[in-house]
Design a binder for this molecule. Sequence first.
Ligand SMILES: Nc1nc2c(ncn2[C@@H]2O[C@H](COP(=O)(O)OP(=O)(O)OP(=O)(O)O)[C@@H](O)[C@H]2O)c(=O)[nH]1
Length: 312
Amino acid sequence: MSAEPETTSWSDRLLGGFGKTSERLAENLGSIVGANRLTDAQLDDVEDALILSDLGPRAAARIRDKLKSVRFENGVDEQAVKEAMADEIAAILRRVAKPLEIVAFPRPQVILVIGVNGSGKTTTIAKLAHLFQEQDYGVMLAAGDTFRAAAIGQLKVWADRLSIPVVTGPEGGDPASIVFDAVKAATDTGIDTLIVDTAGRLHNKRELMDELAKVRRVLGRLNPEAPHDVVLVLDATNGQNALQQIEIFKEVAGVTGLIMTKLDGTARGGVLVAAAEQYGLPIHAIGVGEKIDDLRPFDPDLVARVIAGVYR
Ligand SMILES: Nc1nc2c(ncn2[C@@H]2O[C@H](COP(=O)(O)OP(=O)(O)OP(=O)(O)O)[C@@H](O)[C@H]2O)c(=O)[nH]1
Protein backbone atom coordinates (compact mmCIF):
# COMPACT_ATOMS: atom_id res chain seq x y z
CA MET A 1 0.00 0.00 0.00
CA SER A 2 3.06 2.26 -0.07
CA ALA A 3 2.09 3.38 -3.60
CA GLU A 4 -1.19 4.88 -2.32
CA PRO A 5 -0.27 8.59 -2.10
CA GLU A 6 1.27 8.51 -5.59
CA THR A 7 -1.82 6.78 -7.03
CA THR A 8 -4.07 9.35 -5.40
CA SER A 9 -2.18 12.26 -6.84
CA TRP A 10 -2.17 10.66 -10.29
CA SER A 11 -5.95 10.19 -10.03
CA ASP A 12 -6.25 13.85 -9.12
CA ARG A 13 -4.18 14.84 -12.11
CA LEU A 14 -6.30 12.60 -14.31
CA LEU A 15 -9.41 14.20 -12.91
CA GLY A 16 -8.00 17.65 -13.62
CA GLY A 17 -6.81 16.52 -17.03
CA PHE A 18 -10.05 14.98 -18.19
CA GLY A 19 -12.17 17.60 -16.40
CA LYS A 20 -13.07 19.49 -19.57
CA THR A 21 -13.87 16.28 -21.44
CA SER A 22 -16.27 15.05 -18.76
CA GLU A 23 -17.79 18.55 -18.45
CA ARG A 24 -18.46 18.58 -22.17
CA LEU A 25 -20.05 15.15 -22.00
CA ALA A 26 -22.26 16.19 -19.07
CA GLU A 27 -23.31 19.39 -20.86
CA ASN A 28 -24.27 17.50 -23.98
CA LEU A 29 -26.05 14.82 -22.03
CA GLY A 30 -28.31 17.27 -20.25
CA SER A 31 -30.73 15.90 -17.67
CA ILE A 32 -32.14 12.46 -18.25
CA VAL A 33 -34.91 10.99 -16.10
CA GLY A 34 -37.27 8.10 -16.59
CA ALA A 35 -38.41 4.65 -15.55
CA ASN A 36 -36.20 1.58 -15.82
CA ARG A 37 -35.14 1.80 -19.42
CA LEU A 38 -33.80 4.54 -21.65
CA THR A 39 -36.27 5.56 -24.36
CA ASP A 40 -35.20 5.68 -28.00
CA ALA A 41 -35.09 9.48 -27.82
CA GLN A 42 -32.89 9.33 -24.71
CA LEU A 43 -30.62 6.79 -26.38
CA ASP A 44 -30.32 9.20 -29.33
CA ASP A 45 -29.36 11.98 -26.91
CA VAL A 46 -26.71 9.78 -25.30
CA GLU A 47 -25.29 8.83 -28.68
CA ASP A 48 -25.20 12.48 -29.79
CA ALA A 49 -23.51 13.53 -26.55
CA LEU A 50 -20.83 10.90 -27.03
CA ILE A 51 -20.20 11.97 -30.62
CA LEU A 52 -20.06 15.65 -29.62
CA SER A 53 -17.50 14.67 -26.99
CA ASP A 54 -15.20 13.17 -29.65
CA LEU A 55 -15.75 9.51 -28.78
CA GLY A 56 -16.49 8.93 -32.45
CA PRO A 57 -19.54 7.45 -34.19
CA ARG A 58 -18.49 3.83 -33.80
CA ALA A 59 -17.91 3.91 -30.06
CA ALA A 60 -21.05 6.03 -29.64
CA ALA A 61 -23.15 3.49 -31.58
CA ARG A 62 -21.67 0.59 -29.60
CA ILE A 63 -22.36 2.28 -26.27
CA ARG A 64 -25.93 3.20 -27.37
CA ASP A 65 -26.52 -0.40 -28.32
CA LYS A 66 -25.33 -1.68 -24.95
CA LEU A 67 -27.30 0.90 -22.96
CA LYS A 68 -30.46 -0.09 -24.79
CA SER A 69 -30.56 -3.35 -22.88
CA VAL A 70 -29.57 -1.96 -19.49
CA ARG A 71 -32.29 -2.10 -16.85
CA PHE A 72 -31.93 0.73 -14.32
CA GLU A 73 -33.22 -0.81 -11.11
CA ASN A 74 -33.62 2.52 -9.32
CA GLY A 75 -34.92 4.43 -12.31
CA VAL A 76 -33.14 6.41 -14.99
CA ASP A 77 -31.26 9.48 -13.85
CA GLU A 78 -28.15 11.30 -14.97
CA GLN A 79 -25.87 9.58 -12.47
CA ALA A 80 -27.12 6.10 -13.33
CA VAL A 81 -26.70 6.75 -17.06
CA LYS A 82 -23.18 8.04 -16.51
CA GLU A 83 -22.33 4.93 -14.45
CA ALA A 84 -23.61 2.71 -17.24
CA MET A 85 -21.67 4.74 -19.80
CA ALA A 86 -18.51 4.39 -17.71
CA ASP A 87 -18.90 0.59 -17.77
CA GLU A 88 -19.18 0.55 -21.55
CA ILE A 89 -16.31 3.00 -22.10
CA ALA A 90 -14.18 0.83 -19.80
CA ALA A 91 -15.05 -2.25 -21.86
CA ILE A 92 -13.74 -0.49 -24.98
CA LEU A 93 -10.57 0.78 -23.27
CA ARG A 94 -9.75 -2.49 -21.49
CA ARG A 95 -9.20 -4.19 -24.82
CA VAL A 96 -6.36 -1.83 -25.73
CA ALA A 97 -4.74 -0.92 -22.41
CA LYS A 98 -1.28 -2.41 -22.61
CA PRO A 99 1.72 -0.94 -20.82
CA LEU A 100 4.98 -0.86 -22.73
CA GLU A 101 7.06 -3.60 -21.20
CA ILE A 102 10.75 -4.35 -21.54
CA VAL A 103 10.79 -7.99 -22.59
CA ALA A 104 13.23 -8.16 -25.51
CA PHE A 105 15.93 -10.73 -25.41
CA PRO A 106 18.65 -10.12 -26.33
CA ARG A 107 18.62 -6.56 -25.06
CA PRO A 108 18.25 -3.74 -25.92
CA GLN A 109 14.58 -3.36 -26.67
CA VAL A 110 14.45 -0.74 -29.40
CA ILE A 111 11.48 1.60 -29.26
CA LEU A 112 10.98 3.92 -32.25
CA VAL A 113 8.90 6.92 -31.33
CA ILE A 114 7.09 8.63 -34.16
CA GLY A 115 4.60 11.46 -34.47
CA VAL A 116 4.16 14.88 -36.05
CA ASN A 117 6.22 17.78 -34.75
CA GLY A 118 4.63 19.35 -31.74
CA SER A 119 2.68 16.25 -30.75
CA GLY A 120 4.75 16.01 -27.59
CA LYS A 121 7.10 13.36 -28.97
CA THR A 122 10.32 14.54 -27.35
CA THR A 123 8.71 15.21 -23.98
CA THR A 124 7.04 11.81 -24.15
CA ILE A 125 10.39 10.13 -24.81
CA ALA A 126 11.77 11.77 -21.68
CA LYS A 127 8.73 10.75 -19.66
CA LEU A 128 8.97 7.16 -20.93
CA ALA A 129 12.67 7.08 -20.09
CA HIS A 130 11.79 8.25 -16.60
CA LEU A 131 9.11 5.56 -16.23
CA PHE A 132 11.64 2.88 -17.21
CA GLN A 133 14.27 4.35 -14.89
CA GLU A 134 11.79 4.08 -12.05
CA GLN A 135 11.58 0.37 -12.87
CA ASP A 136 15.40 0.14 -12.68
CA TYR A 137 15.94 -0.36 -16.39
CA GLY A 138 18.98 1.06 -18.11
CA VAL A 139 17.79 3.54 -20.75
CA MET A 140 19.55 5.21 -23.68
CA LEU A 141 18.17 7.76 -26.13
CA ALA A 142 18.97 8.27 -29.81
CA ALA A 143 18.36 11.59 -31.56
CA GLY A 144 17.05 10.24 -34.85
CA ASP A 145 15.22 13.49 -35.62
CA THR A 146 18.15 15.19 -37.33
CA PHE A 147 15.86 17.38 -39.39
CA ARG A 148 15.82 20.12 -36.78
CA ALA A 149 18.75 21.13 -34.57
CA ALA A 150 16.28 22.12 -31.85
CA ALA A 151 14.98 18.57 -31.62
CA ILE A 152 18.49 17.23 -31.02
CA GLY A 153 19.17 19.92 -28.41
CA GLN A 154 15.90 19.26 -26.62
CA LEU A 155 16.61 15.54 -26.36
CA LYS A 156 20.09 16.26 -24.98
CA VAL A 157 18.65 18.54 -22.31
CA TRP A 158 16.25 15.80 -21.19
CA ALA A 159 18.99 13.15 -21.22
CA ASP A 160 21.19 15.38 -19.04
CA ARG A 161 18.35 16.02 -16.63
CA LEU A 162 17.65 12.30 -16.33
CA SER A 163 21.36 11.40 -16.33
CA ILE A 164 21.00 8.95 -19.16
CA PRO A 165 23.21 8.53 -22.23
CA VAL A 166 22.08 9.95 -25.57
CA VAL A 167 23.53 9.32 -29.02
CA THR A 168 23.33 12.30 -31.35
CA GLY A 169 24.66 13.38 -34.71
CA PRO A 170 24.83 16.65 -36.62
CA GLU A 171 21.75 18.47 -37.88
CA GLY A 172 20.88 17.01 -41.26
CA GLY A 173 22.87 13.85 -40.43
CA ASP A 174 21.73 10.38 -41.42
CA PRO A 175 19.27 9.08 -38.81
CA ALA A 176 20.04 5.49 -39.76
CA SER A 177 23.71 5.92 -38.93
CA ILE A 178 22.86 7.48 -35.56
CA VAL A 179 20.51 4.62 -34.79
CA PHE A 180 23.20 2.14 -35.83
CA ASP A 181 25.74 3.74 -33.48
CA ALA A 182 23.15 3.89 -30.71
CA VAL A 183 22.20 0.21 -30.96
CA LYS A 184 25.86 -0.75 -30.91
CA ALA A 185 26.53 1.44 -27.90
CA ALA A 186 23.43 0.18 -26.10
CA THR A 187 24.35 -3.44 -26.79
CA ASP A 188 27.96 -2.95 -25.69
CA THR A 189 26.97 -1.27 -22.44
CA GLY A 190 24.14 -3.65 -21.52
CA ILE A 191 21.36 -1.07 -21.85
CA ASP A 192 17.84 -2.50 -21.48
CA THR A 193 16.00 -0.14 -23.78
CA LEU A 194 16.96 2.30 -26.49
CA ILE A 195 14.33 4.93 -27.24
CA VAL A 196 14.71 6.52 -30.66
CA ASP A 197 13.34 9.95 -31.59
CA THR A 198 12.41 10.24 -35.27
CA ALA A 199 11.48 13.08 -37.61
CA GLY A 200 7.77 13.79 -37.99
CA ARG A 201 7.52 15.21 -41.49
CA LEU A 202 4.07 14.06 -42.44
CA HIS A 203 3.80 16.54 -45.28
CA ASN A 204 6.54 14.63 -47.04
CA LYS A 205 5.30 11.09 -46.75
CA ARG A 206 7.71 9.60 -49.27
CA GLU A 207 10.79 11.00 -47.57
CA LEU A 208 9.58 9.98 -44.13
CA MET A 209 8.76 6.49 -45.36
CA ASP A 210 12.20 6.12 -46.97
CA GLU A 211 13.92 7.38 -43.84
CA LEU A 212 12.03 5.01 -41.53
CA ALA A 213 12.58 2.11 -43.94
CA LYS A 214 16.31 2.79 -43.89
CA VAL A 215 16.34 2.97 -40.08
CA ARG A 216 14.52 -0.37 -39.99
CA ARG A 217 16.97 -1.98 -42.44
CA VAL A 218 19.94 -0.86 -40.39
CA LEU A 219 18.31 -2.01 -37.16
CA GLY A 220 17.48 -5.35 -38.72
CA ARG A 221 21.11 -5.90 -39.54
CA LEU A 222 22.06 -5.59 -35.88
CA ASN A 223 19.00 -7.32 -34.46
CA PRO A 224 16.33 -8.90 -36.67
CA GLU A 225 13.70 -8.25 -33.98
CA ALA A 226 14.31 -4.49 -33.89
CA PRO A 227 12.50 -2.18 -33.73
CA HIS A 228 10.49 -4.06 -31.12
CA ASP A 229 7.99 -1.24 -30.79
CA VAL A 230 6.88 1.59 -33.06
CA VAL A 231 5.03 3.99 -30.83
CA LEU A 232 2.94 6.80 -32.29
CA VAL A 233 2.57 9.89 -30.10
CA LEU A 234 -0.72 11.72 -30.61
CA ASP A 235 -1.82 15.11 -29.37
CA ALA A 236 -5.35 14.77 -28.00
CA THR A 237 -6.08 18.44 -28.66
CA ASN A 238 -6.10 17.57 -32.37
CA GLY A 239 -9.36 15.68 -31.82
CA GLN A 240 -10.44 13.82 -34.93
CA ASN A 241 -7.21 14.81 -36.77
CA ALA A 242 -5.37 12.54 -34.36
CA LEU A 243 -7.32 9.66 -35.91
CA GLN A 244 -6.17 10.64 -39.39
CA GLN A 245 -2.60 10.60 -38.13
CA ILE A 246 -3.05 7.01 -36.94
CA GLU A 247 -4.28 6.13 -40.43
CA ILE A 248 -1.27 7.68 -42.15
CA PHE A 249 1.43 6.53 -39.74
CA LYS A 250 0.03 2.99 -39.76
CA GLU A 251 0.65 2.94 -43.48
CA VAL A 252 4.01 4.71 -43.37
CA ALA A 253 5.58 3.25 -40.26
CA GLY A 254 3.78 0.09 -39.10
CA VAL A 255 2.63 1.49 -35.76
CA THR A 256 2.51 -1.08 -32.94
CA GLY A 257 1.06 1.11 -30.21
CA LEU A 258 -0.10 4.58 -29.20
CA ILE A 259 0.58 7.16 -26.54
CA MET A 260 -1.84 10.04 -26.29
CA THR A 261 -0.58 13.29 -24.80
CA LYS A 262 -2.04 16.65 -23.77
CA LEU A 263 -5.17 15.10 -22.33
CA ASP A 264 -5.02 17.88 -19.78
CA GLY A 265 -6.79 21.07 -20.63
CA THR A 266 -8.65 19.70 -23.65
CA ALA A 267 -12.32 18.90 -23.99
CA ARG A 268 -11.39 16.40 -26.67
CA GLY A 269 -10.13 13.58 -24.45
CA GLY A 270 -12.93 11.40 -25.81
CA VAL A 271 -10.76 10.86 -28.89
CA LEU A 272 -8.87 8.30 -26.81
CA VAL A 273 -12.00 6.13 -26.86
CA ALA A 274 -12.54 6.77 -30.58
CA ALA A 275 -8.96 5.64 -31.30
CA ALA A 276 -9.39 2.52 -29.16
CA GLU A 277 -12.65 1.55 -30.85
CA GLN A 278 -11.61 2.38 -34.39
CA TYR A 279 -8.08 0.98 -34.51
CA GLY A 280 -7.76 -1.47 -31.63
CA LEU A 281 -4.05 -0.62 -31.39
CA PRO A 282 -2.53 -1.00 -27.93
CA ILE A 283 -2.58 2.23 -25.96
CA HIS A 284 0.51 2.20 -23.82
CA ALA A 285 0.22 5.36 -21.79
CA ILE A 286 -1.36 8.77 -21.57
CA GLY A 287 0.11 12.18 -20.87
CA VAL A 288 -1.69 14.75 -18.77
CA GLY A 289 0.88 17.49 -18.37
CA GLU A 290 4.34 18.80 -19.12
CA LYS A 291 6.07 17.46 -16.03
CA ILE A 292 8.33 14.41 -16.15
CA ASP A 293 5.92 12.22 -14.18
CA ASP A 294 2.82 13.30 -16.08
CA LEU A 295 2.85 10.15 -18.20
CA ARG A 296 1.61 6.82 -16.89
CA PRO A 297 0.35 3.51 -18.23
CA PHE A 298 -3.34 4.04 -18.31
CA ASP A 299 -5.90 2.36 -16.15
CA PRO A 300 -8.93 1.82 -18.41
CA ASP A 301 -11.47 1.62 -15.60
CA LEU A 302 -10.27 4.77 -13.90
CA VAL A 303 -10.05 6.71 -17.17
CA ALA A 304 -13.53 5.54 -18.20
CA ARG A 305 -14.99 6.73 -14.90
CA VAL A 306 -13.19 10.05 -15.15
CA ILE A 307 -14.44 10.61 -18.74
CA ALA A 308 -18.00 9.66 -17.82
CA GLY A 309 -17.81 12.01 -14.83
CA VAL A 310 -18.53 9.42 -12.12
CA TYR A 311 -15.14 9.23 -10.47
CA ARG A 312 -15.56 9.98 -6.75
N1 LIG B 1 -0.17 20.29 -21.49
C1 LIG B 1 0.64 19.35 -21.96
N2 LIG B 1 1.68 19.70 -22.71
C2 LIG B 1 2.48 18.74 -23.18
C3 LIG B 1 2.25 17.37 -22.94
N3 LIG B 1 3.23 16.66 -23.58
C4 LIG B 1 4.03 17.57 -24.18
N4 LIG B 1 3.58 18.82 -23.95
C5 LIG B 1 4.14 20.10 -24.45
O1 LIG B 1 3.96 20.18 -25.83
C6 LIG B 1 4.99 20.91 -26.44
C7 LIG B 1 5.57 20.12 -27.58
O2 LIG B 1 6.20 18.99 -27.03
P1 LIG B 1 7.52 18.37 -27.66
O3 LIG B 1 7.85 17.21 -26.82
O4 LIG B 1 8.52 19.40 -27.93
O5 LIG B 1 6.90 17.87 -29.02
P2 LIG B 1 7.57 17.22 -30.28
O6 LIG B 1 6.53 16.39 -30.88
O7 LIG B 1 8.87 16.60 -29.95
O8 LIG B 1 7.72 18.46 -31.13
P3 LIG B 1 8.98 19.08 -31.78
O9 LIG B 1 10.00 19.20 -30.70
O10 LIG B 1 8.44 20.37 -32.27
O11 LIG B 1 9.32 18.09 -32.84
C8 LIG B 1 5.99 21.22 -25.33
O12 LIG B 1 5.76 22.53 -24.87
C9 LIG B 1 5.63 20.22 -24.24
O13 LIG B 1 5.93 20.68 -22.95
C10 LIG B 1 1.10 17.00 -22.14
O14 LIG B 1 0.79 15.83 -21.87
N5 LIG B 1 0.34 18.05 -21.69
